[in-house]
Design a protein around this ligand. Structure first.
Ligand SMILES: Nc1nc2c(ncn2[C@@H]2O[C@H](COP(=O)(O)OP(=O)(O)O)[C@@H](O)[C@H]2O)c(=O)[nH]1
Ligand SMILES: [Mg+2]
Length: 327
């Protein structure tokens, strides 16, 4: 495969090239990984930056419907929109976006939209890496907005927040006055909470839910990356396409403020450091688990420790030294 040519066609906005490149990065074959690295390196210098929006919410809150309506609104304004997903459960469920293809029917036909389901692979680390690399490809392909969806299984919200510039939490109107079991950690990551389904009979409940969450957000510790009044909670209806333009304006206000005040660049730099650390850790673990020689050494040293011939301290240090990781 001619990587330089592929890179050029991605930069030129060829969708087929982009789709093909994403297939390449999803492959675990060592030669494909090598080509992926070369491709990402070739695209590093484009200097293009999309607005990366992470979107999370439990199944049924309306993520797919929202992405479709929101995406259609953005493409209607002349913006190019890519949709990706981090869904470690997709191996079992058949894919978060895949199952919703019908709900994104309009968007998937849009010339200025690109939709890619989560790779069907169950390990979150692998899904996260591939999604992150796909984001880089979409940026190089000059998309203006990259939406990254997650269903919030395991640590997937954290993963998505670590690859997004804005993190949006989508909620549904609650019945009573209970906060919907949203974990504090996720609340703390949210830049904007959108209470969806604020239409018809659900409208009053949506407004109550919004007010509750606005109150809860005010109780959180202030973050340096927020201007006044952020993070905030708003009502939208993905179905009625109501409040979407306002939500987009708020996202742009927040994004513009962060760019002007240096937080955008700081955050991206932090994310790059984070993912570098993750990759190295993953690589080391992979060697332990997959390299036959290392596995044999682990077994042998484990036996040695088990029968009392070596202390845990000495054996683990010996193992780490063999991994080249010191001890
Ligand atoms: N009333 C109302 N229903 C909605 C809205 N958005 C989504 N839904 C419905 O909620 C259900 C789940 O939506 P879906 O987009 O598949 O949710 P997801 O699982 O988060 O992707 C579907 O029946 C949608 O029609 C909305 O804004 N208002
Ligand atoms: Mg969905």
């Amino acid at each position: 495969m001619d990587i330089a040519d592929l890179a050029q066609r991605i930069v030129g906005g060829e969708r087929r090239a982009l789709a093909r490149a994403i297939t390449l990065i999803e492959s675990t074959r060592p030669d494909h990984r090598e080509q992926t690295r070369a491709l990402l390196e070739a695209l590093r210098g484009t200097g293009r930056q999309a607005l990366r929006i992470g979107l999370s919410g439990t199944p049924g809150v309306g993520k797919s419907t929202f992405i479709e309506s929101f995406g259609m609104m953005l493409t209607g304004q002349g913006l190019r929109v890519a949709v990706l997903a981090v869904d470690p459960s997709s191996a079992r469920s058949g894919g978060s976006i895949l199952g919703d293809k019908t709900r994104m029917e309009r968007l998937s036909r849009e010339r200025n939209a690109f939709i890619r389901p989560s790779p069907s692979q169950s390990a979150l680390g692998g899904v996260a890496r591939r999604t992150r690399e796909a984001v880089a490809l979409c940026e190089a392909a000059d998309f203006d907005v990259v939406l990254i969806e997650t269903v919030g299984v395991g640590q997937s919200e954290t993963m998505v927040a670590e690859m997004a510039d804005l993190f949006i939490l989508l909620l549904a109107p609650a019945g009573g006055d209970e906060l919907q079991g949203v974990k504090r950690g996720i609340m703390e990551m949210a830049d904007i909470i959108l209470v969806n389904k604020a239409d018809g009979d659900l409208k009053p409940a949506a407004e109550r839910t919004r007010a509750e969450y606005a109150g809860a957000l005010r109780l959180l510790r202030r973050r340096p990356q927020d201007p006044k009044a952020f993070p905030k909670a708003m009502c939208v209806s993905a179905l009625a396409e109501d409040g979407l333009q306002t939500a987009w304006e708020e996202m742009r206000i927040l994004d513009a403020w962060r760019r002007e005040n240096g937080h955008f660049d700081i955050r991206r730099a932090e994310q790059a450091r984070f993912w570098f650390g993750e990759e190295v850790r993953r690589g080391l673990l992979a060697r332990l688990d997959e390299d036959p020689q290392m596995r044999a050494r682990m077994r042998a040293l484990g036996e040695e420790v088990a029968r009392g011939g070596m202390t845990v301290a000495v054996a683990s240090q010996a193992m780490l030294a063999e991994l080249g990781a010191g001890g």
